[in-house]
Design a protein around this ligand. Structure first.
Ligand code: TYM
Length: 382
């Protein structure tokens, strides 16, 4: 098996998710746990990302469901480190989080880490990061969270409400911990060494248990939180982890904004760009010629358009099965599969952009004036 790397900043190689579960010490989501979630959601179909094993691993999800059943409830927390335009991979945890919020009717805290990206990328200046931050927040709101139950905050702005708690947290995390967990060394700037304290803070916002939906690259942060939480009088956070939406070029690594514009579909891409990128770059599991394809069929397991439909764009299992079977049998050609995806992505982005326009008007609700947001600004954490 090919070697792979998964850190919050880099994913490369073909990830062996079973091996990763063992390396990270997390737990696989099995059929029983999935069924329990469905039961608690009132028997509705689980989201296709859960049904199709894309959200595949967890920490303490069973305890979250225990708390929910006992009526204690829980809250959600996720986040985004703003960089230029967001890509469709960033929407994966957000769309799933929205589903959880809809089903379980719980509060959601969404941390936007303008500090983290500034510290990590030497070439960014503060003003530039602030611009991306504003843009990214509109994309986040466009996903459709509940304005009464969601608080979206920017680290540099909310810090005044949490500074004492942040200090209390930072005091618990040593240099050797961040070196061991994140691979930092003596050349890492001290801002980066400090930052993991801030990513833990939202897990302390309520007395209830916190559940974090995110791709598994963020898990090292939760390990640090789980080491220190109980000693500080809080609960260990729970997490639910997704796999990675692959880049256009093939199923290794993850879609990432730093890997180059032609590897990702950006939320700002227009219809023509989407069509060109998919036609030109999307790695296909089809055969070299139409004749061979008709004879031998395609391989959906390594086909990026197929994988993107499965993960994100085609919720109907019946339609996915038809696409799968037709592709394998050589009835559906690579160009036809790509054009199904192009239509789906363009339809999706059109709706997203309409919602994004509306978000300009509702941004204040999510950040300052909504029911939860207002109450967060009225309190401080020690
Ligand atoms: P960031 O901005 O790198 O990523 C935002 C979220 O998107 C997920 N993600 C992906 N998921 C699936 N496929 C991909 N190709 C893909 N690329 C990125 C990430 O796992 C993440 O959930 N440090 C964080 C910001 C943060 C945060 C959090 C994230 C602060 N608090 C709590 C999650 C939960 C960051 O830079 O994320």
């Amino acid at each position: 098996m090919q070697e792979f790397t998964v850190t919050p900043w880099e994913v490369s190689g073909q990830v062996d998710y079973n091996k990763l579960i063992r390396q990270f010490g997390t737990t696989r989501i099995d059929g029983a746990l999935r069924e329990r979630m469905v039961r608690l959601c009132g028997g509705d179909e689980p989201h296709h990302m859960l049904r199709r094993d894309f959200f595949f691993s967890h920490r303490d999800l069973n305890l979250v469901l225990d708390d929910y059943e006992k009526g204690k409830g829980f809250f959600l927390y996720t986040g985004r480190g703003p960089s230029k335009a967001m890509h469709i991979g960033h929407l994966v945890p957000l769309i799933f989080t929205r589903w959880l919020q809809d089903k379980f009717k719980c509060n959601l805290y969404l941390e936007v880490t303008d500090d983290e990206k500034f510290l990590y990328r030497r070439e960014y200046d503060w003003k530039e990061v602030q611009k991306y931050t504003g843009d990214n927040i509109l994309d986040i709101i466009a996903v459709g969270f509940d304005p009464d139950r969601t608080f979206i905050f920017k680290d540099s702005e909310y810090v005044k409400n949490v500074y004492p708690l942040l200090m209390r947290t930072a005091r618990k995390i040593t240099g050797s911990t961040v070196k061991a967990v994140f691979g930092f060394d003596d050349s890492t700037n001290i801002g980066m060494s400090f930052y993991p304290a801030y990513q833990a803070i939202p897990t302390f916002f309520e007395k209830k248990r916190c559940l974090i939906p995110a791709a598994i690259d963020q898990d090292p942060y939760w390990r640090v939180q789980r080491d220190i939480a109980e000693g500080m009088g809080f609960q260990k956070t729970a997490a639910i982890h997704s796999k990675f939406l692959p880049p256009l070029q093939g199923i290794s690594g993850k879609m990432s904004s730093s890997a180059g514009q032609e590897t990702a579909i950006l939320l700002t891409d227009d219809e023509k760009t989407v069509k060109n990128k998919i036609n030109k770059y999307a790695f296909s599991g089809g055969q070299a010629t139409v004749e061979e394809h008709r004879r031998l069929g395609g391989n959906p397991d390594i086909d990026v358009p197929y994988q993107w439909l499965d993960i994100l764009f085609e919720p109907s299992d019946a339609k996915m099965k038809q696409i799968h079977d037709d592709y394998k049998a050589g009835k559906l050609l690579t160009g036809e599969l790509k054009s199904i995806l192009i239509d789906k992505v363009n339809g999706f982005l059109k709706e997203h952009n309409t919602a994004r326009k509306k978000a300009e008007k509702t941004m204040e609700q999510f950040m300052y004036k909504g029911k939860l947001a207002k109450s967060m600004w009225e309190r401080t954490y020690e």
